[in-house]
Structure formats: C-alpha cells, structure tokens
Design a protein around this ligand. Structure first.
Ligand code: PYC
Length: 324
C-alpha cells in the first residue's frame, strides 16, 4: 500500500464514505470520499495505479466483511474532461471492470441523491471511454454506452461434463462470451447449475486461449433465451468475473448482445429490446449508429439503499477484506 494509506492506518482508522444502491437487484457501492490519491492522468492510468498501489483498498470496499461478492464498487474521481460530471472506476471482488452498466445507473442515481446532478443529460468518464447518462424526472436513467461490437461469431467449444456449446464473442465495455446453449431453464432455482456451467465455459475459453481483442480475457459469460415473456424479449443469466452472477440484466452484456443481434440483422436502430435478467427485472436497450459505430443505450433504474462510513481499522485482522 502506498504511504498515505499506511500512515493513516498507523494512526488508527481510515474512513471511506460510500453510498449503496441496487439497480434491478444488482448492488453498487459508490465511494465518494476517503479514496486514495490516484493522480490526475487518464482514467485508464488511474485504474492501473489503483490496481498496482492500492488493490487492498478495492478489496476492503467490496469484499466481506463489509461487502459481498455481488457488489460492484465505483470510485468517483475528478474527470480529465471538464464536460463530464465525474470520472468513475468500477471494480469487484476480484479486480477491475472496463465499464459497468448497472453500476453506471447506480452512479447516476447516487450523484442525483447527493445533489451533484439533476434531471438532464450528463457525461461520465470511465477507463474505456465516456458514456452519456440521461437522468429522467422520475429517477430512471438511460445511458449511451461506448461503441460495442461483435468480435467473432459461432465459436465452438467442448465443455467438459456439459458437451458442445456455440456462441459469440463481443465487447460492450467488458468482454463477453454469449450463447443460447444452457443446461436448464434460466430461472433463479437453477442458479447453482447455471453458475457451474458458465464457470466451465470460462475455463474452456481460457484453456483454448480464446480471448477478446489483444489477448484480453473473456471474463463474463452471458447465457440467453430469446423466448419472449410478458415484459421481455429475452431472459439471461450472466456470470461475472469473480464467480458471482449478475442480479440485473447486465448493461454491458446486453450491449454486447445488441451488437451481436445487429450484426445478425435481427435488430436495427429504433428497435427496443427488453432484456430480463435471472431475477426477472428488465433493462430496455436500443441502438444508435454513428460514424460506422454502434452505440447501445440501456435504460433502468437504481434505488439508494444506504449511506455509510466504511471503517478500516489497523487492529482488524480482516481490515482489507476476506479473500477467498
Ligand atoms: O451491468 O454491465 C453491467 C455489469 C457488469 C458486471 C455486473 N454488472
């Protein structure tokens, strides 16, 4: 840990101010003060600084005993671009995210809760690009994601204990493997089996050296079933990098799905795609095309669940979180 945090720890307790919310069931913890000094370079550089010098900070914020493996952390940092309302670095129980869709909606609701933004259009800077958020009068949020695309289609894998799987690789701010193959219905009572299946897919991708662009690890697995429901066009189950499943329909994953559907000619600009997650909550997605790029927009809503001071006490054996 870098010296400022060590000094603070030697003197007793570090206090981190956080606001918790959930978006369609998936929790976000926005860190608003007490953050390490990450300098003033690009958001991508700051994320690297966080990873290299302050990783225990990430673990303290999201891991047990203060958090859980489902929580996504969002550290607010001043933007380099003054037209942005904030910079944000997303992280989870095992590492760092490029973008996070449910987290972006949670950040928007948190900034509104803190009185830092009002209804209207705002911009957020992330390590992988700038997203535009629209905060509506009723508290719902629409974000326009960074450009999303399908990298490869119809990748075939043999999954030990499960059999053959075919799916696509796409970018929606994180890397996804997306497949319609599933060992059982995408329903909450099957979460254990769906988790085992998606872990096995992730292991198979790794062992076959199948990656995103520039060797990036594909660390999110997206199962979907396009049987329409009363409120949705499709239902999904998404495995997140740290082994937890996304309680929400997954904003970056649904962006990746929209990119695949667009590439297949199944949707076009103006279509509204209603994506349900494993809990049955729904994000609405559309696509915009500009300069030969595809920009998914995702809408949803977050609810504030807590305002908290997280305390990191030098005498606590689990001060920096429990690593499983
Ligand atoms: O909504 O993009 C998302 C997301 C990624 C991981 C968990 N949620």
């Amino acid at each position: 840990m870098a010296s400022r945090f060590n000094a603070a720890l030697r003197n007793g307790v570090i206090r981190i101010r956080a606001v918790d919310s959930h978006t369609a069931g998936e929790p976000t913890r926005v860190v608003v003060s007490g953050v390490p000094d990450l300098g003033d370079s690009s958001l991508a550089d700051r994320r690297e600084r966080l990873r290299t010098d302050f990783d225990p900070f990430r673990s303290a914020v999201v891991n047990e005993p203060r958090g859980s493996k489902a929580i996504v952390g969002a550290l607010l940092t001043p933007p380099t671009d003054p037209s942005c309302a904030a910079g944000v670095i997303f992280f989870n129980n095992t590492g760092y995210l490029g973008m996070c869709g449910h987290g972006t909606i949670g950040v928007a609701a948190t900034l509104a809760h803190l009185g830092r933004i009002g209804p209207g259009v705002h911009r957020l800077e992330t390590p992988v690009g700038t997203v535009t958020i629209t905060l509506n009068q009723d508290g719902s949020v629409v974000f326009e994601n960074i450009p999303s695309f399908r990298l490869s289609a119809n990748i075939q894998l043999n999954i030990p204990d499960f059999g053959p799987v075919i799916g696509d690789i796409a970018w929606g701010g994180n890397w996804f493997f997306l497949t319609r193959n599933r060992p059982c219905d995408l329903r909450p009572h099957n979460i254990e089996q769906l988790t085992a299946f998606t872990w096995a897919i992730r292991r198979a991708l790794n062992s076959n050296s199948i990656t995103g662009s520039q060797g990036a690890e594909i660390d999110h697995i997206y199962l979907y079933d396009d049987t329409p429901g009363p409120d949705s066009d499709s239902r999904n189950f998404v495995l997140c990098p740290g082994g937890s499943y996304d309680r929400s329909p997954c904003g970056t994953g649904t962006s990746a799905l929209l990119a695949c559907k667009y590439a297949d000619g199944a949707i076009g600009p103006g279509s509204v795609w209603r994506q349900a997650g494993i809990l049955g909550t729904v994000f609405e997605g559309t696509i915009l095309t500009r300069d030969a790029k595809l920009y998914p927009t995702i809408s949803g809503r977050a609810h504030i669940t807590a305002e908290a001071d997280l305390l990191i006490d030098a005498r606590d054996p689990f001060a920096w979180g429990i690593k499983h």
